[in-house]
Ligand binder design. Structure first.
Ligand SMILES: C[S@@+](CC[C@H](N)C(=O)[O-])C[C@H]1O[C@@H](n2cnc3c(N)ncnc32)[C@H](O)[C@@H]1O
Length: 346
């Protein structure tokens, strides 16, 4: 596979182009460069220059908690709102929501950097929801070694119904406060969940803690749009991190060999300006046993904490309305893909 990787411990260069295999997304790469087999093709109408150098802001080993900045609305980036969001969304999640953003081929492409090469590996799937990503994991790892954790019992109820997952351990829990011992798992996987965590840095610090020495974390998540209207709705809905932020969080948590692979639905033909709900797969290796070297203050949010019902309802409604824009974007991109001749930018 022409994998598109971006290493993160040092300067990062994004190289725009089309991967001729897989999902057709622009490759991104840094110190361990692995170009697509058929070379790079300049793509799209984005204002990005062909080469872009990113310098992660990742110097200190201790940091305060990086919860939602006040400048961003992010109505659903709150545990209680995410809980209620999935109370309803779980009903249609697998059949209506996923096909527009998170397909089986994307999932398999995104899991490839997780390096699931041994059936005996101990794997935790955090924010595992209905088990869609876990179905990709159990192709490589025995289900009895896999734990699905999620804060939504409604999502987990769907996972429990899936025959290939019947031997998995399924537990309720919080990604920012995992109920696993330190140095427990060979692999930490989390797909499409980070966007709801009020404090993503804390979640990635937890990923580091629960992994064994040499274990690998694989966080799959959205990327921030560059087109103004898409950016407005993304920022009103939930967290769409930039690629630099992912690298920064991993590096600060103590991970080494941090890499970022771009993913996306194939009918987007590599277009990233609207942002992607599943836009990248970021991996890092735990190089020293024990807890993360990063020090954080106390957790800011708890799903059981009481909230003002009026404020909650307003946030929930506005967040869900903003999120519905992202139901329309994949339909728009799909129509464009049908209309614009193959090989032309869309
Ligand atoms: C978009 S779904 C992804 C589900 C699954 N990983 C997949 O690939 O289809 C996001 C999931 O993250 C869960 N979630 C959100 N915040 C969480 C938190 N703080 N701790 C655990 N799970 C969380 C939600 O309940 C939901 O099931």
């Amino acid at each position: 596979m022409a994998s598109s990787m971006l290493n993160g411990a040092e300067n990062i260069t994004l190289i725009r182009g089309i991967s001729p295999k897989g999902l057709g997304f622009m490759s991104s790469n840094v110190s361990r460069i692995s170009f697509p087999q058929m070379g790079l093709v300049s793509y799209g109408r984005s204002s990005m220059s062909k080469y872009k150098t990113l310098v992660p802001r990742c110097s200190s080993s201790s940091s305060i908690s990086s919860s939602r900045p006040a400048s961003k609305l992010r109505f659903i980036q709150h545990k209680t709102e995410a809980f209620w969001f999935y109370r309803f969304l779980s009903i249609v999640y697998d059949h209506v929501i996923n096909p527009g953003h998170w397909t089986e081929d994307m999932r398999d492409d995104a899991l490839e950097p997780a390096d699931l090469y041994d059936r005996k590996m101990v794997v935790v799937d955090v924010g595992g929801g209905t088990g869609f990503t876990t179905l990709g994991i159990v192709k490589h790892v025995d289900a009895k070694n896999v734990t699905i954790l999620d804060q939504s019992p409604h999502q987990l109820a769907k996972a429990k119904q899936k025959e290939p997952l019947k031997d998995c351990k399924i537990i309720e829990g919080d990604a920012e406060d995992l109920p696993f011992p330190t140095d427990y798992a060979d692999r930490y996987v989390s797909a499409g969940s980070i966007e709801y965590w009020p404090d993503p840095q804390r979640g990635i610090k937890e990923a580091y803690r629960v992994l064994k020495l040499g274990g690998k974390a694989c966080v799959i998540g959205p990327v921030h749009p560059t087109f103004w209207l898409s950016r407005f709705f993304a920022d009103a809905w939930m967290l769409f991190p930039t690629e630099e932020e992912y690298i920064d969080w991993f590096t600060k948590a103590g991970f080494k060999n941090v890499q970022l692979k771009r993913i996306g639905p194939k009918w987007y033909r590599g277009v990233r300006r609207h942002g992607l709900i599943m836009g990248c797969s970021v991996t890092g290796v735990k190089a020293a046993s024990g807890d993360s070297p990063l020090q954080l203050g106390p957790k800011v949010e708890d799903v059981r904490k009481p909230v003002n019902p009026f404020v909650f309802f307003l946030r929930f409604l506005l967040g869900a309305m903003a999120g519905s824009y992202y139901v329309l974007v994949p339909i728009y991109m799909w129509l464009k893909d049908q209309i614009v001749p193959k090989g032309m930018p869309i």
